[in-house]
Design a protein around this ligand. Structure first.
Ligand code: TA6
Length: 291
């Protein structure tokens, strides 16, 4: 298979805060934008030019700050812990190492982040991360974690995906029935999901463990279903801060919680161990369907 670059399908742009961006567009009419900062996907649009990812109007585009929305890459620590919250991958500059349009018509870009003095000061391990963003009429995001050091390491991670919705009160997450979850808003109580349609009437912050490989998020107000498929990611995190939680987030406007739902393909409860020289790959595939 030969790969070649067609520049009109892969464009370089400068975004807010002067961040270098790469815009991919596919013959199907879908398009996506990824920032070199954080290898952070900031936009995914349908052929009707409908934005499918939520990004806050109050998002900060500043070195050292995470961008509120899109698909932040969480690595090597999910949530709070000894490292900065959700790790450091989302606040580092990645390098573009490959741009291609494949013979099967997929448009893709690969970004790389390697360990350096700053990451080693936080997390004493040698690694190389590569993230592929592959666009067709679906959006695939894959993360390869290579251990380039001499000792094993372990990590937790997530594609912290913010789905956009016209109205959170008309959203249902399907596919989690009978899945065990940890309720982070209720002292990490362990429960089983009893609902076939998981509605979001209030703040939610849960880790569904060993969740199914395929889930969907139905947004009636938008007339669409987001279908999420994951590989190499054992858990699914669901998060919406609601109005109370939004008050303590300076980079989320008061009413914006109505227009977002994070459904994150993640490895949270079972950290991944990588032996020296070995590689761990995980991927999340998103598609939209009319309902
Ligand atoms: O993934 C859910 C979560 O860990 C929540 O607990 C919540 O705090 C959220 O991520 C956002 O984290 P951030 O560091 O981006 O503000």
């Amino acid at each position: 298979m030969t790969d070649y670059v067609k520049s009109n399908q892969i464009e370089r742009m400068i975004g807010r805060g002067g961040l270098p961006l790469i815009r991919l567009s596919h013959a199907s009419g879908y398009a996506a934008v990824i920032s070199e900062y954080g290898a952070h996907t900031l936009s995914w649009t349908s052929p009707e030019e409908k934005e499918l990812l939520f990004v806050s109007k109050a998002a900060l585009y500043q070195e050292g700050k995470a961008i509120r929305g899109g698909i932040p890459v969480v690595f090597p620590q999910f949530g709070k812990g000894p490292l900065p919250p959700h790790g450091f991958a989302r606040t580092r500059r990645w390098k573009v190492v490959r741009e291609q349009v494949s013979t099967n018509d997929a448009v893709s870009v690969t970004l790389r982040l390697g360990s350096d003095r700053e990451t080693e000061a936080l997390w004493p391990h040698a690694f190389v991360l590569e993230l592929d963003l592959v666009l067709t009429d679906v959006l695939l995001i894959a993360l390869r974690v290579q251990n380039s050091g001499v000792a094993p390491f372990w990590f937790t991670s997530a594609f912290h995906t913010y789905f956009r919705t016209e109205d959170i009160s008309q959203v249902a997450v399907k596919g989690l029935h009978k899945t065990t979850y940890l309720d982070l808003l209720k002292n990490r109580e362990v429960k089983q999901e009893e609902r076939v349609d998981v509605l979001i009437p209030e703040a939610v912050d849960r880790v569904y463990t060993q969740s199914p490989e395929m889930l969907s998020v139905v947004s009636k107000a938008d007339g669409i279903r987001y279908v999420i498929t994951k590989e190499g990611l054992s858990d699914t995190v669901m998060w919406n801060p609601w109005s109370e939680g939004a008050k303590i987030l300076p980079d989320l406007e008061a009413e914006e919680y109505r227009h977002m739902l994070c459904v994150e393909s993640a490895n949270v409860l079972t950290p991944i161990t990588v032996q020296p020289g070995a590689l761990h790959t995980s991927a999340q595939i998103l598609r939209v369907q009319p309902i």
